[in-house]
Write a protein that binds this ligand. Sequence first.
Ligand code: NAG
Ligand code: NAG
Ligand code: NAG
Length: 467
Amino acid sequence: MAHPLAQLLVILGVPQSGGSSCGVTIPRAPGAPSALLEPLRVGEPDDLDLEDMLFSDPEPRDWENILRRCSQGGESCRTFGIEEWNLTSFNVLRHQGVTGKPCAEDFAVVQRMCGGPVACREIDGKRRVVGFSGEGRPDLNALSQLPHLFALELHGPRREDLQGQWPQSLRVLRLVAPHTGALTLAPTLRSLQIHGRQDNLRWTKIDFAALCGLNLTYFVAFAIEVAGGTLPDCWAGMKHLRNFYCSNCMMRLPPTALRGLHSLRSFVAFRQWEMIPCALRHVANASACKASWETQHETKAPCHVIAISGPSCQGHWSGDAANSDWGDFQEGPSFLCPEFSFSFPFEEFLKLDWPNIQKVWLDGNFLTGRIPENIGDLWPKLESLDLYDNNLEGPVPASLGSLPFLKLQLHGNRLEGRVPEPVMRLLDREHIQLGLQENPLLEGCAPQVGHWTNGIPGTRVRPCDEL
Ligand SMILES: *[C@@H]1O[C@H](CO)[C@@H](O)[C@H](O)[C@H]1NC(C)=O
Ligand SMILES: *[C@@H]1O[C@H](CO)[C@@H](O)[C@H](O)[C@H]1NC(C)=O
Ligand SMILES: *[C@@H]1O[C@H](CO)[C@@H](O)[C@H](O)[C@H]1NC(C)=O
């Protein structure tokens, strides 16, 4: 039986009737959209993953959720390695701090710097600035006059902007749309976030060797090009890294610099090279590319929101990125290409010796090979594994059933054989998201839970009364 996704060929240069996406046909999975093709959910698994919430600048509602979960402690407070919340985002500092105008000496500095939002804390009877989000060109020497500055967000910094003296108290830095080369050591940093521009065709190339010598606990990046396609060897010196998050980073080699990193709790590197349909036309070997799982299943916004201007393929979205030519691949149809993805055996990750890892997300990466049977021994603390939309084959290891999963997503692969009973028994957990659908060669039987009333969609797994 052919894999259903393999039949969804990308056809270039054929104008799509009724839609406009630079002539790129947007393939759909048969039967999509349909809730039946989604993973099976029991309880509230997403609500318990506080890592994602903490790193994405929690809004007041998310913050309440975090506090509520963590006041109950234990199982419901899953942060996947994050212990110091105030190192994760600017908004966390604001939620934890006090509101109102900062004291006169700090106010004078931020006013001169044409600042955006600030975060304040009461220190020695004064309202001091601990967080600052700059909109204009940064002046590090001025910022160094804020003696308690802990978190800094800079928009569009250039190399020369970051040459001065870094504030000694700085622990968190977020660079939004930095220019190439705008990365220098701020030796006291514990947490670094880089949000590249995605509204252009070529993402900003970042030389990760510039970060060597830092002692980071948390690292997050999005929509950049990691120079050399992997972490440089000198990242082996980052002995305390707990969370590494780099999605759409154009990495194509295993992160061997992180080998033996016992501090690592979370490694998130899904969809290394994702793009809007118009950008696909600029990929040399586009025949190897495919529409993302979300696109094939129409779980994102429909393609008619694209507006196209002219034959040079200047598509843009009417949503957030309204003013950009290259748009937001998270909002509408997107394609994935293997050239700058992890198109090698998944086993390479298991060889990296991460005994304390709790979360690994590698979906949409063209990963090949089997899921080794000893995964349960090598990663005994794994709670969240995302491998959907890859090219994995072979059996589902029974050892996965021994792990305390909150999320296990294996859908959209070429896994085969009987689903082991211990894996099916994961559905007895209070909260879990389990994705096994669309693996045409999977067999066996599944309990009739949720929408699995007629077995598992896109597999040969049939319903059974008892396991
Ligand atoms: C951040 O949290 C740590 C404790 O985890 C605390 O010592 C420090 O004062 C906090 N810093 C700010 C600026 O809130
Ligand atoms: C690096 O940071 C950790 C805390 O995450 C600290 O325990 C350790 O001493 C630091 N190492 C160096 C060399 O500064
Ligand atoms: C394009 O990609 C396909 C599939 O990965 C491969 O077989 C083919 O050799 C590639 N062609 C070129 C010119 O790189």
